[in-house]
Design a protein around this ligand. Sequence first.
Ligand code: ADP
Ligand code: ASP
Ligand code: MG
Length: 416
Amino acid sequence: MALIVQKYGGTSVGDTERMKNVARRALAAQAKGHRVVVVVSAMSGETNRLLGLVKQITDRPDEREQDQIVATGEQVSIGLVALAIQAQGGKAQSFLGSQCRIVTDSTFSKARIKSIDADSIFRVLDEGRIAVIAGFQGIDEHGNVTTLGRGGSDTTAVAIAAAIKADACEIYTDVDGVYTTDPNVAPRARKLDRISYEEMLELASLGAKVLQIRSVEFAMKYRVPLWVKSSFSDDPGTLVCPEDQAMEDVVVSGIAYDKNDARLWVRGVPDKPGVAAKIFGALDEKAIVVDIIVQNPPHDGVCDLAFTVARADLTKATDVVGKVAKQLKARAVESDDRIAKISIVGVGMRNHSGVAAKMFRVLASEGINVQMISTSEIRVSCVIDPKYTELAVQALHTAFGLDGPAPVAAKKKSKK
Ligand code: ADP
Ligand code: ASP
Ligand code: MG
């Protein structure tokens, strides 16, 4: 008898028929003798709809109130899924984040989980019920509702799996595993049977939204066996697991893209110690994550700084940087939200040279200009014009030998 956490994403609970399918799957696992916890997202499109309502009121929402609103999507899903399980003759109880004390810090819209009351979940499981828990949300120590960032239900599921020491955490979504790149962009993407935690962490942080980055961090830290599977098939899916020797033989194992970044320039900042510390310190204070940073060589005692942030943080970042720029007497702050980031990832890059050069050659041969570059031991990222995203992904996928066989029939893409 195993203890299993199953997480179902927005498409998998997109309507009541799909919720009945979730109920059937959870009950099937329970019928095999397992104890089952189900974590669910909001119905597909719902979180965006709620954020849209916020935007109709203001561009600079109070983040506490915004979280109060967007967290409601998951409340509907847990109730309906619990009812669907009961309607099929099973026993289920739903929980909001606050009801199983998913305690987070107070960083609204990207809160981090601090603790979970495993006992409250075990009490329900011990009565033979399926626990149906709202993803994406928690509560801070002052009782405020918090949310964990887009895609945060993945993190809820893995954090619960770690807290209750589950035997497996299964992430059910609309693709049947982790692919070499987004299968909805590259028809010749190949499904991976296994991927290392490290590579998955890079892919997730570089835009592969199949798993939220924090969920992979949790899985890696607590060694949670993490599966990505389809809620619409019985394919075994992909196992995210510790790295092994065979994985090192592959130079590039995946390609990610991200169209949700924006770039900021601070022009004409004095070229002296402490300037970068001031700018990035102020951003850090507001919990804004900065990704690629480029500083131009100084000219007449001043230089330009360019960096990328998540597009959702652009307004906040512009406000913060605007204030610091004034103090520093910088010439101007400019922004651009029309950028895309393309990345290649592979643990094998550690032992191979010329990988970045090959990436630049491939992009050049397609006439794609590289605007910014950043590298780590196991990845290379380039900022490019977003209109070339699909072309770049496909060209790199082919050039690095990742293509699978051409699809026989067009892939059925579920409506999101
Ligand atoms: P859910 O709503 O179930 O959480 P998401 O939309 O968040 O689902 O994540 C699944 C999507 O991730 C897929 O539909 C696919 O387009 C995208 N994706 C991006 N990169 C990859 C990848 N390397 N492998 C699989 N899916 C990927
Ligand atoms: N509903 C949230 C979102 O759309 C959380 C999730 O789906 O994981 O981001
Ligand atoms: Mg998701």
